[in-house]
Design a protein around this ligand. Structure first.
Ligand SMILES: [Zn+2]
Length: 412
């Protein structure tokens, strides 16, 4: 996995922590290689990071290349906690995770996005305080908050731009408001991008160019290029659901236009067509339930949806030349009924060179993908070289007054 080179933004100690955290170095030898420091210097930094409780050796030893056993370095899971949220229109799933990230505690609360950001963010802050109390943690233990929202997000500005289902949220300073409540850094991201990040980091870390397609009630996609989310100029990259597939006309989309990919292949469009055939289907979940009950008309319609999705994905392949495409979301649970259509249409429409080594598979992340992606975003960001020194200062175990503090951490 490669990373943009911002290595000069950190002290030596911060850089070593950062390279362990992002997985580019899992051993002392790899740290020497990626940082350019001597083995002695790397050893001194690691001694400080072990003592600070920020880095540890994985419990299971591992022999590499037939040499002497080498224990893998990793971020200490309990060095801090992360607050993650997967926010929908009517409910929010909230979790506290460790730095693996693994969920330590979670809660689902009822919200109404139409209440506006001030009310909803106060509800989130209250729920997070309660979760932290159950774990006997407080805001000082929190590395950051990651919020996944069902809307286009200006990630750098921490704001939503032009949300269709979120009146009152447009251009509101979400990060500033939530930081006022809890006093910790806040990151905001589109929910599909977070699912993309979670699937990529957990199962496809070596895929240089990675495309994730979420096929649920709506359709969206996320792109990872050279190990990083590709967001585009305004954060709208990957919005394939409203690609126009019909030159003229086509079914009406919920965005107001005609002939979008969603209007042909989204869960809501498949449900619309099944209702026209007299079946009871309102949501993507209903569609899946009908297929799993053996309804042949539903299976046929899902296969057709896969073919149309394949048309849009083939166009995307022409631009991105990905090495892996993963299909997630509720409709992906239909498995090959949907995915075989995508695969055949991509093969038919792509250049042989682009398709030859292309893997198209169903997502392996479960229903926690959005939450874990939010936690992953916080961990990746707060341990980048530019933030690593601040993270060391805030989350080192040996703070003034601690009886066990062996030495002052030197950020040089
Ligand atoms: Zn549309």
């Amino acid at each position: 996995m490669t990373r943009a080179d911002d290595s000069t933004a950190a002290s030596g100690l911060g850089l070593v922590l950062s390279r362990v955290a992002d997985g580019t170095a899992q051993s002392r030898a790899e740290l020497v290689s990626v940082t350019g420091f001597s083995r002695t210097t790397v050893g001194q930094y690691l001694t400080q990071l072990f003592a600070a409780g920020l880095v540890e050796e994985a419990p299971e030893g591992m022999r590499r290349g037939g040499g002497r056993p080498s224990r893998l370095l990793r971020l200490a899971p309990d060095a801090a906690v992360v607050l993650a949220a997967d926010i929908g229109e009517t409910h929010a799933r909230l979790a506290v995770t460790d730095l693996t990230p693994a969920i330590l505690a979670e809660n689902t609360i009822a919200i109404d996005l139409k209440d506006g950001p001030i009310i909803v963010l106060a509800q989130l802050a209250d729920a997070y305080r309660a979760l932290l109390r159950t774990l006997r943690q407080n805001a000082r233990d929190v590395l950051g908050i990651g919020l996944g929202l069902p809307a286009p997000v200006d990630h750098a500005g921490g704001r939503i731009v032009g949300p269709s289902v979120m009146p009152g949220w447009d251009d509101f300073d979400i990060c500033g408001c939530l930081t006022t409540h809890l006093g910790v850094p806040v990151l905001v991201e589109n929910d599909v991008n977070l699912m993309t990040l979670s699937e990529f980091r957990a199962f496809w870390p070596d895929a240089a160019q990675f495309l994730f397609v979420k096929a649920g009630t709506g359709i969206g996609s996320g792109i990872v290029t050279d190990g990083r989310l590709y967001r585009g100029a305004q954060g709208a990259a990957g919005d394939i659901g409203h690609m126009q597939l019909d030159r003229t006309g086509g079914p009406l989309c919920r965005c107001g236009k005609q002939g979008c990919l969603e209007a042909h292949a989204a869960g809501w469009a498949v449900a619309r067509d099944l209702r026209a055939e007299g079946l009871l289907a309102q949501t993507a979940r209903d569609v899946l339930r009908l297929m799993q009950a053996g309804n042949s008309a539903t299976a046929l319609r899902l296969h057709e949806a896969g073919l149309v999705l394949g048309d849009a994905v083939a166009n995307t392949v022409s631009v991105l030349n990905p090495s892996a495409i993963v299909i997630g979301g509720m409709l992906a649970e239909a498995g090959e009924t949907l995915i075989s259509g995508i695969r055949s249409r991509v093969q038919e429409r792509s250049l042989p060179l682009a398709f030859r080594h292309l893997s198209i598979q169903r997502a392996r992340s479960g229903s926690d993908a959005g939450l874990l992606g939010a936690a992953r975003l916080v961990i990746d960001t707060r341990l980048q070289p530019r933030h690593a020194d601040a993270t060391i200062a805030a989350h080192s175990r040996f703070k003034p007054g601690s009886r066990t503090r062996p030495q002052k951490l030197r950020l040089v």
